[in-house]
Design a protein around this ligand. Structure first.
Ligand SMILES: C[S@@+](CC[C@H](N)C(=O)[O-])C[C@H]1O[C@@H](n2cnc3c(N)ncnc32)[C@H](O)[C@@H]1O
Length: 246
């Protein structure tokens, strides 16, 4: 992602005593590319295909929204795919530390598409004339009760034929299946070099902050908003990316 200064994530490597709730602060920003690529199976694939989906769906003279943009990985994938279409990318995050670093990273990116960075809550922003809206691993951090309203706002802001990409950690039923997929995810993290202590402290920190839902819940809510179609296009263990078309 053009970020040569990313450090190795060792935020949970030492015993922390009381583990506090996960926040996207400067310490996380400093290790974020390493953290997300070693924690989310398929992350690079999802980012690359976000660009490919952008290439298919983004129309000239429209807007694309990257909600929860962090350091701009999806924004850059979109930006490179839509050059010459006179389409804007609006990248939104409510972590000032993320946006400050995102601005620096975007400044050295070669894509020529127009990008507007917005520091704000994705539940409060205006979405209009959109041909693409992306929420890569962000909806899971929005309070559950605010999710239906946010998805309705996105639906209303999309043009007919427009595309929404949602990538999320999922929960599963019954609990035995949830445990299997969660164990497979933890095996993946071990394979990426995280220790058992890091895995368990990160899990404690992110519990109640990242609230996963089932695939059925996602699909039914998207259909209830009015999306004509909604389906996963990628899944690895308990991580999934969905595409929904207006
Ligand atoms: C896991 S990161 C997203 C990763 C990013 N989309 C990518 O693909 O690299 C989640 C981001 O969403 C942001 N976020 C969470 N809730 C938000 C909200 N209500 N409004 C704006 N940003 C939010 C966090 O600050 C964080 O940067």
């Amino acid at each position: 992602m053009g970020d040569s200064e990313s450090k190795r994530d060792n935020l949970f490597a030492n015993p922390l005593g009381a583990v506090s709730g996960f926040v996207f602060d400067q310490a996380v920003v400093d290790v974020f590319p390493d953290m997300i690529s070693r924690s989310v199976p398929g992350y690079e694939t999802i980012i690359a295909h976000t660009g490919e989906l952008a290439s298919r769906f983004v129309q000239p003279d429209t807007n694309c929204y990257d909600l929860g943009c962090s350091l701009g990985a999806s924004t850059m994938a979109i930006g490179h795919s839509i050059e010459g279409r006179n389409a804007n990318v609006v990248a939104v995050d409510n972590s000032t530390a993320m946006l400050e670093k995102c601005k620096v990273i975007l400044a050295s990116d070669s894509a020529t598409s127009a990008v507007k960075l917005v520091n704000g809550d994705i539940c409060d922003i205006d979405i209009h004339n959109a041909s693409l809206v992306v929420m890569n691993f962000t909806l899971q951090f929005v309070p559950v009760e605010k999710r239906p309203g946010l998805l309705k706002t996105i639906y209303q802001g999309l043009n007919p034929g427009g595309c929404l990409i949602i990538s999320e950690k999922l929960s599963f039923e019954p609990e035995s299946l949830n445990k299997l997929l969660s164990d497979l995810h933890h095996d993946f993290k071990r394979g990426q070099g995280y220790s058992d202590l890091e895995i368990s402290q990160k899990r404690d920190s992110i519990e109640n902050v990242l609230v996963p839902e089932t695939l059925d819940t996602h699909i039914q809510r998207l259909r209830a908003c009015g999306f004509k179609s909604a389906s996963p296009w990628f899944q690895c263990f308990n991580f999934c990316s969905l595409v929904a078309i207006k």
